[in-house]
Design a protein around this ligand. Sequence first.
Ligand code: DC
Length: 217
Amino acid sequence: MKLSVAIDGPAGAGKSTIAKLVGKKFNLMYINTGAMYRAVTLMAIRENINYSETQKLCQLIENLEMHFDKDKLIVNEEDVSEEIVMPNISKNVSNYSAVPEVRELLVCLQKQISEKYNVIMDGRDIGTVVLKNADFKFFLTASPEERAKRRYNELIAKNVEVDYNNILNDIIKRDYIDSHRETSPLKKAEDAVEIDSSFMNIEEVVLYISNYITKNM
Ligand code: DC
């Protein structure tokens, strides 16, 4: 039986950690679509391509071979997983991901993957655009302060020097750009189950989602 799960929500809500764990439980391929937008941002910055240079951006994407190898994102045979989560990419990714042509190309790739495999995908437009007919849709939120605290702890654990207030401001700015852009803005799909994880830990959210899926399968 084909199974697809969509998880959307703002930056730092815990989507990727939770999606990975739920994916393992139900044997689903985990697709981190944010990582794909981050990879495009990284490659564009390396090539000095601004987000306003649409044609160059499209050419760049057409020459990228992207695939997931377990938790790692491989782009043109290079593991970019560590580099794409660095603050410089976080700061720029909303601008690149707001470009309609960039979205069109990546959404097409995401749909192709979901046709081949049972997937759990996380992002901003999964329940509304990429997997409109997903079997299960969840919208994960948490307060900006809680999300900034989680990102801060993640980066500190990786020995990256960061400032909490900078992260909080970046999250607030990204929330704004992601939910106000013209093409597929971040919003809850009408049929998605909303979960506010501000006062829940990872295990509690995973259990909630897993029980929901099992009960409604
Ligand atoms: O989930 P994340 O923070 O790694 O996502 C990085 C950025 O990519 C985020 O600011 C918005 C964008 N994004 C998007 O527009 N659509 C998606 N499906 C996933 C991410």
